[in-house]
Design a protein. Sequence first.
Length: 245
Amino acid sequence: MDVMRIAHRGLSACAPENTDVSFRLATECDCYGIECDIWRMLDGTYVVSHDASMRRMYGVRKNITESTYEDVREIPVTGGNLVSENPTQHICTLKRYLSVLSKSDKMAVIELKQEFENRELQEIVEIVKAYDMYDKTIFISGQAKSILRLRHDLCFPKERLQYVHGARPRDAYVPVNDDLIDHLIRHGIGLDSKHSLLSERYVDMLHDNGLVVNVWTVNTEKDYKRVTEELGVDMVTMNDVRAQF
């Protein structure tokens, strides 16, 4: 089975994560999809950032969900890999991310960082449709209600939905377990797990029920071989999808 590589926050090993340049660089790589993280701002703009706080990547004490796009659009990126070689990067909107990917053959892998209501989820889906990316989008989230709403209320295709496990403090060290797998199988939702928390048994259970298994973030050959050869996952999320292993 060919493993599908996902560029984590774009080609984040070679450019500041979740920026226009990291996404454009990733479109030039041999990978299946490009992942991003989105939040909704006060004015309803959806923007791309892993953190709600702008301190780590922008050096300012602002919170994305408490700001408008006009408040932050001119603030330059100051964090991330090779930032000095990629100047004049600013906060990327969901629309810009989709615009970049729509010109490529890559899948959009969109992580919903907040718990979104149906109205907001419908807004996001409509934006995706506007860039002709509906059939090329995978939604992932550690917010269970957002994924369930997409699955049951918005009838988004189940094969392109994944629950993120291991990203929040409360489950960062909690191995994938029977209760989680039973829940995913019952609702027909795939899994995107921190790679160290997953075992072959649960991969097999999900596969037996026709569900997709993704893991993050895999950056060493040892970990890559474990998840692909021992576990047999479908997707591997990586900071550098060009890695020769």
